[in-house]
Every structure is written in structure tokens, then in C-alpha cells.
Design a protein around this ligand. Structure first.
Ligand SMILES: Nc1nc2c(ncn2[C@@H]2O[C@H](COP(=O)(O)OP(=O)(O)OP(=O)(O)O)[C@@H](O)[C@H]2O)c(=O)[nH]1
Ligand SMILES: C[S@@+](CC[C@H](N)C(=O)[O-])C[C@H]1O[C@@H](n2cnc3c(N)ncnc32)[C@H](O)[C@@H]1O
Ligand code: SF4
Ligand code: SF4
Length: 326
């Protein structure tokens, strides 16, 4: 379905849990995280039903995210259930990867098409610092496993933060040059856990690209699956590719194609905008598919034209990134 700006909405990002096995500094507080009780979280059947109704407004692509999607019990079963919906042609997850090696086989069998692994550094101490105690070794094993099982494409999400990991930009390029990986450099957004964000930590994608161009020739590139908000390039002569996600310096709201479903059943038209539509209440009161469909249409009609990251602050009332799914 087209929204009021003529944007075709065909992508649903589903947060399957607000729990996580890491505590990244920019995303979650170290302690005192208020988690929703299980009864408030959508069941697999509820998620499946919502996605199925979503196909009637044109949803074709689903991403499972969180919190950490791999900590959700029976995630593979959910993938399998989503794959039974004929009109959905792309099922992906965004994950920190730590639990992936043990689950990779069952996810592949369930029909998962592809995954994006978040990795901000390849230095073990820094990884442990950013994630508050995560093991880099485990995250790297996830990437190796994904390549070995021939998930394609395997994307790496790297949030670039000045003074934290900007000295590793060329290392990430080398990773993409030497392996069949797609590394995306993401501008640091003032969303989520703002204590760690500051304007001077933001590095624009233009700056990053300038740096890379001194060493590599880039040619524009389109991936076979999932060309979300990233502008992608092949590194000439290399095996993989790189991409840039620039929500701060050059936002992509005019071509935004997505809705978000929170783990507790709220539909959001925008990562930044606080407006939410309660699907769970309608579902649990015995609402019909037609009623759910109308709420999808309402969410699409309420989608803002663009975010206001530069002008309004995130505010303590907004949800955290782990509650929305990134
Ligand atoms: N501002 C903004 N940032 C987004 C949006 N979607 C994703 N991002 C950010 O981009 C990064 C990568 O997101 P992913 O979860 O990998 O999803 P994607 O880029 O849509 O994935 P592909 O389908 O593989 O292209 C994350 O850091 C997100 O927070 C969005 O709609 N708006
Ligand atoms: C919230 S996480 C959820 C999925 C999974 N736990 C993971 O880390 O991949 C989704 C993505 O949002 C990104 N993210 C979180 N906070 C961000 C911020 N302030 N700016 C840019 N990206 C952010 C993370 O790096 C991650 O790639
Ligand atoms: S970015 Fe992902 S892995 Fe890190 S705390 Fe947030 S939800 Fe967890
Ligand atoms: S900030 Fe909102 S409108 Fe802009 S791309 Fe992201 S979700 Fe879409």
C-alpha cells in the first residue's frame, strides 16, 4: 500500500523480545532494565497472524529483531510459520550473533533467508567494553557459521562512533574485501540510551567514504536481497561489499518502506516518532482480521514524513532501542 507521500510500505520489522544477552552502551542501561512480563509479549501465533494480515496491505519482507531475537524461545518455529505465508518472500534477522552458532542449522532448515550481524569492533577488549562483557570470539564465530552455511547475503552492522571505533574503519573494509560479507557503516543516532550518545561521536557517512576512497575503488552495487536504507558499493577486486546508512547526515525517510511491530504488540510507523497503535488489545479481545487490517492502514496513514532527530530530543518517555527493534 502507498502512504500519503506515495511511499510503498512492504517491510515489517518485528521485535520478538525486549530481552537481550548483551547490554550495549548505546542501547540498554546496565541495570534496572524493566522487562515486560511474558503475558504482555505477543505469542508466535499472534505474530504470525499479524504478518499474515499485513500481507493484505503489501507487506512482503519481514525482519525479526529485538532485544536479541535469538533469546526468544522457539524462534525457528516462528521462522517456519512465517515461511508458510506465501506472499512473504524475505525473512531475515538482525542479531548480535552470540547464540547463532548453536541455532544456525535449525534456522536454516526453518527457512531463514539471511541475517545481519551487529559488530562494532574487532578488538576483544573494546567489544567487551561496548557490549558490557560480550565475547568477540563468539560474535565472530556467528559470522563464520553464517558464511559456512551459505546464508546470503551476510551483512555486518557497524555503528561508527568517533573516538570509540573510528580507527577500525579500514579494518572493516579489509574484512569486506577478503570475505563474502557486506559491511554497513551506520551513523550513530540519538536514540535509545542517550547517556552514551553525543554529537561529537557522530561521524558522517561522507567522512567515512572519503577515508575509504583513499585506499579502495568503489563501484555502486545492488545486493540480491535486502537493499534497505543502505547505499552499497563493491570494493573493486574484493569479495564483499560495503554500505552506508546515513540517518543523520542524509536521511532516507522519503523512501521509507517500513512499519515496526513491538514485542508487546504495538504498531509504529517510525523509529523516531512515538505514535503507536495497539494491535494486541484488539487481537486479545477477539478482533477480526478486518479490524487488524484497518489498524495497519491507520498506521500507514499516520507515518510521519521524516524524523526530527536534529530538532527534537528523544525524550525519556520514548522507548529504548531494544524495545523497538532498531
Ligand atoms: N533512522 C532509521 N534507521 C534505521 C531504519 N531501519 C534500520 N535502521 C538502522 O539501520 C541499521 C541496520 O538495520 P537492520 O536491522 O540491519 O535492517 P535493514 O538495514 O533494513 O536491513 P536490510 O533489509 O538487510 O537492508 C540499524 O542500526 C537500524 O537502527 C529506519 O527505518 N530508520
Ligand atoms: C537494537 S538492535 C536489535 C537486534 C540485535 N540485538 C542486534 O544488536 O543486532 C538493532 C540494531 O540497532 C543498532 N543500534 C542501536 N542503537 C543505535 C544507535 N543509537 N544508532 C545507530 N544504531 C543503533 C544496533 O547496532 C543494531 O545493529
Ligand atoms: S544493540 Fe542489540 S545486542 Fe546490543 S543491547 Fe541492544 S538489543 Fe542487545
Ligand atoms: S526515521 Fe522514521 S520515517 Fe525516517 S526512515 Fe526511519 S522509520 Fe522511516
Amino acid at each position: 500500500m502507498l502512504d500519503s507521500l506515495g511511499r510503498e510500505i512492504n517491510y515489517l520489522r518485528v521485535s520478538v523480545t525486549d530481552r537481550c544477552n548483551l547490554r550495549c552502551r548505546y542501547c540498554m542501561p546496565e541495570a534496572g532494565v524493566e522487562l515486560k512480563p511474558h503475558s504482555e509479549i505477543l505469542s508466535l501465533e499472534e505474530i504470525h497472524r499479524i504478518i499474515k494480515v499485513g500481507t493484505r496491505v503489501g507487506i512482503r519482507k519481514v525482519r525479526l529483531t529485538g532485544g536479541e531475537p535469538l533469546v526468544r524461545r522457539n524462534l525457528s518455529r516462528l521462522v517456519q510459520m512465517i515461511r508458510t505465508i506465501d506472499l512473504i518472500d524475505d525473512v531475515a534477522i538482525t542479531t548480535n550473533g552470540l547464540l547463532f552458532p548453536e541455532m544456525a542449522g535449525e534456522l536454516k532448515e526453518a527457512g531463514l533467508h539471511r541475517l545481519n550481524v551487529s559488530l562494532d569492533t574487532m578488538n576483544p577488549e573494546k567489544y567487551s567494553f561496548i557490549t558490557r562483557n560480550g565475547s568477540l570470539k563468539q560474535a565472530l564465530r556467528a559470522i563464520e557459521t553464517a558464511l559456512a552455511l551459505e546464508f546470503h547475503p551476510v551483512k555486518i552492522n557497524t555503528v561508527v562512533m568517533r573516538g570509540i571505533n573510528d580507527d577500525e574503519i579500514m579494518d572493516f573494509c579489509r574484512l569486506a574485501y577478503n570475505h563474502r560479507l557486506h559491511v554497513r557503516f551506520i551513523e550513530f543516532m540519538p536514540v535509545g540510551e542517550l547517556g552514551f550518545w553525543s554529537r561529537d561521536k557522530v561521524i558522517t557517512c561522507d567522512e567515512i567514504q572519503e577515508m575509504i576512497k583513499r585506499e579502495y575503488r568503489l563501484s555502486p552495487w545492488k545486493l540480491s536481497r535486502g537493499n534497505g536504507p543502505a547505499k552499497s558499493y563493491r570494493l573493486e577486486g574484493g569479495q564483499g561489499s560495503i554500505g552506508f546508512i546515513s540517518p543523520m547526515s542524509n536521511h532516507f525517510c522519503h523512501e521509507c518502506n517500513r512499519l515496526r511491530l513491538t514485542a508487546d504488540g504495538k504498531l509504529r510507523g517510525c523509529l523516531y516518532d512515538r505514535t503507536e497503535i495497539d494491535l494486541k488489545q484488539v487481537l486479545r479481545q477477539g478482533g477480526s482480521d478486518e479490524e487488524i487490517l484497518q489498524l495497519f492502514i491507520k498506521a500507514i496513514n499516520l507515518k510521519p514524513n521524516e524524523h526530527k532527530m536534529g530538532q527534537t530530543s528523544w525524550g525519556s518517555k520514548n522507548r529504548k532501542m531494544y524495545q523497538i527493534g532498531g
